[in-house]
Design a protein around this ligand. Structure first.
Ligand code: NDP
Ligand code: OXD
Length: 309
């Protein structure tokens, strides 16, 4: 009944003392010292190398070290019958909402423009709307999108959400499908993407989408980097269709040193930190999932492989 923990060396170093103390008596294996593969029942993983999970013959549960599971599903050798559990952690949800609120307020209060004015030593008032006069559109209206929406609503913003199913969420204006996306984009002066990475969402943030936003809209992307067509964003910034962007996720991470985003004053780059996995709370959630599995109870947050999230 061994549990494998696989992640980057820094993450393994951070989690090892924590899990060893929090889960006494469990046979824990920390990547890359995994021992006898046939004795591993559970795997907690982040970007596992392709084929690793298939090489564990008695694997019973795959647990994602993040909310997203694209880093697992990209493995073409993934064992078919093993359930994949994604992380849903209120601590992380709160962190993402803090990030979204910070960036939406930054765009709403014209922080980019005032910083440019400061750099030029220019004292000039810009016309300012109130939050209630600003629509924030959220692409992805699941765990993270709905919580961010609730907090933005609390600040007075007019919030709308878009999801795959077009699910209704009491208290919110929601949209689904291609027609729904048009309706949402038309009004979203600030667009926040919290979409999972799937074949359908690849490149969704492109020139066609930007063109449907109000002129001068702001963009926040904290979903996945491959959802953004980077050249289209730069062109939209040059044309003024997009006024500013805050990006937490990138096609290539870490963002290469020579990448134009680093030095573009219209873009804020954060290093994939919008909502980090938090060992104390996430550890308890993983322990519960394993306990439920061993007791024959339903395990929460098993993903639907066909949907891809
Ligand atoms: P959920 O599964 O709870 O929500 C996903 C939402 O996206 C759902 O509303 C879903 O629709 C919608 N969706 C999925 N595919 C499409 C599509 N093709 N078109 C329209 N809507 C779609 O996920 P979470 O909210 O927990 O997490 C979302 C993503 O955020 C993660 O997958 C990850 O990529 C990213 N993330 C980033 C972090 C960071 O630090 N930058 C941290 C944590 C997560 P429906 O409701 O119909 O199912
Ligand atoms: C996640 C992430 O998916 O941190 O949890 O990106």
């Amino acid at each position: 009944m061994a549990i494998l923990f696989q992640s980057t060396p820094a993450s393994v170093a951070r989690w090892r003392p924590f899990l060893t103390k929090a889960w006494p008596g469990r046979d824990l294996r920390f990547w890359p010292e995994i021992g006898d593969k046939s004795t591993i029942d559970y795997a907690l993983v982040w970007h596992p190398e392709p084929g690793l999970l298939a090489s564990l013959p008695n694997l019973k549960l795959i647990l994602s070290l993040g909310a997203g599971v694209d880093h697992i599903l990209r493995d073409s050798e993934l064992p078919r019958g093993v359930p994949i559990v994604r992380l849903v952690d209120p601590y992380m949800t709160q962190a993402m909402s803090e990030y979204v609120v910070l960036q939406v307020l930054r765009l709403h209060r014209q922080d980019f423009a005032y910083r440019a004015q400061q750099a030029a030593g220019e004292w000039r008032e810009l016309a300012q709307k109130n939050a209630a006069e600003r629509t924030v559109g959220l692409l992805g209206f699941g765990q993270l999108g709905q919580d961010a929406a609730a907090k933005l609503t609390g600040l007075g913003f007019d919030v709308a959400g878009w999801s795959r199913s077009g699910r209704t969420v009491p208290g919110f204006r929601t949209y689904g499908g291609a027609a729904g996306l048009n309706a949402l984009l038309r009004r979203s002066e600030i667009l926040v993407s919290l979409l999972p990475m799937t074949p359908e969402t690849e490149g969704v943030l492109d020139a066609r989408l930007f063109a449907r936003l109000p002129r001068g809209a702001g963009l926040v992307n904290a979903g996945r980097g491959r959802q953004l067509v980077e050249a289209d964003l730069l062109a939209a910034l040059d044309s003024g269709q997009i006024s500013a962007a805050v990006l937490d996720v990138f096609r290539e991470e870490p963002l290469p040193a020579a990448h134009p985003f680093w030095r573009d004053p219209r873009i804020i780059v954060t290093p994939h930190v919008a909502a980090e996995t938090h060992p104390p709370t996430a550890g308890a959630i993983y322990a519960q999932a394993i306990e439920d599995f061993e007791a024959g109870r339903p395990v929460a947050n098993v993903i639907d492989r066909d949907k891809g999230y």
